[in-house]
Ligand binder design. Structure first.
Ligand code: SAM
Length: 296
């Protein structure tokens, strides 16, 4: 079974990028008056305690989301970054940062009565926690939790009844095969439902298959004649480090990206304002940077 538990990483710099983009996309989709189906193929536990054992083990939120709560910038936060901050604040008592919402809860907050949310989570413990967390919302059948493989499970729901969908694909990539399964799932989904909005998170690490993933997605989108957007956030160098005993240590995740197919037309301009601020607030060394490109 998997060893990855998102609780260790909740609120880190990758979550800041992922959840800011996710929220901005949802806001845009919520503007239209037609039922939306949202798929979260790798949902996690849904809610995380920042003062819990897991989060404290690595304290990744301290170098991530928490940095935004004490912004040192002269200018106000960019609208989508402020929106993200307000969303997280909505799960916490004023001035306290104890709870971090994962993608299922961020999505659920934006749902309207007509919309549906399908959450896939394969890990038995996380799936149980997710079910318990969602049960507290008392939202009935609007939110479905499926303890299934998200890559496969989503197929039976496409195309969605009202022909509007957002799919978030956020694997942990601890299984090497995930790098191949992501583009395969996106290609299959595009064939089933070409006008959906597809959002993929990916790590930027020195592995050929990680390097190739955004390239594959770009080729896929271009071949399908679909618009796309690719954005990355780097907070530090990816160079290997040496500890005091001279042992080589990995620096932790330095960089991640979001690849979107059929993104909202407003997203690029919104990110142009937000990304430099994310770099300024989350940078850990002089290698911190961002990229933003689009096509199709
Ligand atoms: N999307 C979540 C968020 O933003 O809050 C975080 C998800 S975490 C990065 C990835 C999750 O996928 C883990 O909880 C893991 O147990 C789960 N998982 C791994 N492989 C899966 C699969 N094939 N289908 C469904 N869930 C899977």
């Amino acid at each position: 079974m998997f060893s990855y538990r998102h609780a260790f990483h909740a609120g880190n710099h990758a979550d800041v990028l992922k959840h800011t983009v996710l929220l901005a996309v949802l806001r845009h989709l919520a503007l239209k008056d037609t039922a939306l189906t949202v798929f979260d193929t790798h949902a996690g536990a849904g809610l995380y305690r920042l003062d819990g054992d897991y989060a404290q083990t690595s304290a990744e939120a301290a170098d991530g989301f928490i940095k935004l709560t004490t912004s040192t910038l002269k200018e106000p936060l960019a609208p989508i970054l402020q929106d993200y901050m307000d969303m997280v604040a909505g799960f916490n008592a004023k001035g306290q940062w104890k709870v971090y919402p994962g993608s299922p809860f961020i999505i659920q907050r934006l749902l309207q009565g007509r919309d549906k949310l399908k959450l896939f989570e394969l890990h038995p413990t996380d799936s149980k926690t997710l079910s318990a967390n969602i049960a507290q919302l008392e939202v009935g059948r609007q939110v479905a939790i499926l303890r299934e493989d998200g890559f496969e499970g989503v197929k039976k729901f496409l195309p969605p009844p009202a022909r509007r969908a957002l799919l978030l694909c956020d694997p942990s990539y601890e299984i090497k095969n995930d790098y191949a399964r992501v583009p395969a799932m996106v290609a299959d989904s595009l064939q089933r439902f070409a006008t959906g909005t597809y959002v993929v998170w990916y790590p930027i690490i020195p592995r050929p298959e990680a390097h190739d993933l955004p390239k594959k997605l770009k080729t896929l989108a271009n071949k399908a004649g679909k618009s796309w957007l690719n954005t990355t956030l780097t907070v530090k160098s990816s160079k290997l480090l040496q500890d005091k005993d001279g042992e080589t240590v990995r620096p932790g995740l330095p960089s991640s990206g979001m690849f979107l197919i059929n993104p909202p037309h407003t997203l690029k301009a919104a990110l142009q304002l937000a990304l430099p601020q994310m770099v300024a607030l989350l940078k850990q060394d002089q290698h911190a940077t961002f990229s933003l490109e689009s096509g199709g």
